[in-house]
Design a protein around this ligand. Structure first.
Ligand SMILES: O=C(O)CCC(=O)C(=O)O
Length: 284
């Protein structure tokens, strides 16, 4: 049970720093099962996948395995949303991301794609990533690193976003490890966690991960949610309500009853916002 005071502090951290860590969310049985499921998904990837996604290691949609519905609608996490002030969150998408031993770093990036809308330049948080690492992480095995405040304030790395977005395949293959997007960045902090902790981050936050210098795989499950979908600007809801940002085709055995309440619905006629991953000069 986490006190109201602690949750208020966590919410302030999400607004100001762009992220927070909430400890011990997944129980050991759930972690064990998620490891088995993730490993089976990773085992199905061919060699090309690991070459094409060297920066992430491997990246597979969670919608490929029905057990992942239990994580998407994990009751303790839904309670965290409520305790943070959001009792009707919606799910967007999620991935199993796993770094093999000796895997290179993950490039600095941000996940926001509604920079065409003025709300992107305010502290009003729209989209969150929720990350569950399935092993304890350290700098040695490739823990997360973030640049606190970079969701609200321009950072030198923002200059590289157009180059990155136009050459994602090359960055994913880690063709140029000396590029600033793979280097130490001003203001960065490490986010080492224990297996089963929950990292919540504003999608606009710059984040990356160290290389994995250990002998074991380092897996994270990243899920994206809209904490307050129904309060979001209508053109953004119209954009998300369209098929493009809906979970991919689901397996037949998918337990829809778990995830249906977390699905976005948009019935209005407002013109959908054109998505953009490029912050403009409005970001000061
Ligand atoms: O691999 C990691 O530690 C972070 C993954 C990530 O950045 C993401 O899922 O957006």
């Amino acid at each position: 049970m986490i006190s109201n005071e602690v949750m208020t502090t966590k919410m302030e951290q999400i607004i100001q720093d762009g992220y927070c860590v909430i400890e011990e969310i997944l129980d050991s049985k759930m972690i064990k099962k998620l490891r088995l499921v993730s490993d089976s998904m990773i085992d199905q990837q061919d060699e090309t996948h690991f070459i094409e996604h060297a920066s992430q290691g491997c990246i597979i949609s969670v919608t490929k395995h029905p057990f992942m519905a239990k994580l998407i609608a994990y009751p303790r996490t839904l309670k965290i949303f409520t305790d943070l002030g959001f009792d009707d969150p919606k799910f967007m998408s999620g991935y199993v991301i796993s770094k093999p031993p000796e895997g290179p770093p993950l490039r600095w990036h941000q996940d926001g794609f509604w920079w065409n809308h003025p709300v992107s330049y305010t502290a009003q948080t729209q989209q969150w990533f929720l990350m569950y690492y399935l092993v304890d992480t350290t700098r040695e095995n490739g823990c997360l690193r973030v640049i606190p405040g970079s969701h609200l304030k321009r950072h030198a790395l923002h200059e590289h976003i157009p180059e990155y977005e136009n050459n994602i395949k090359q960055f994913n293959r880690v063709e140029e490890l000396n590029h600033p997007l793979f280097q130490k960045a001003e203001g960065e902090v490490d986010v080492p966690v224990k297996a089963g902790d929950l990292v919540i981050g504003d999608a606009r936050l710059f984040h990356s991960a160290y290389s994995n210098q250990s002998k074991a795989w380092r897996t994270v499950l990243t899920l994206w949610y809209w904490p307050d979908f129904n309060a979001m600007p209508e053109p953004i809801r119209a954009m998300i309500g369209s098929n493009r940002h809906r979970p991919a085709e689901l397996p037949e055995s998918w337990p829809h009853q778990l995830t249906d309440p977390l699905t976005t619905e948009y019935q209005g006629n407002t013109k959908p916002l054109k998505s953009s991953r490029f912050p403009t000069q409005e970001l000061k």
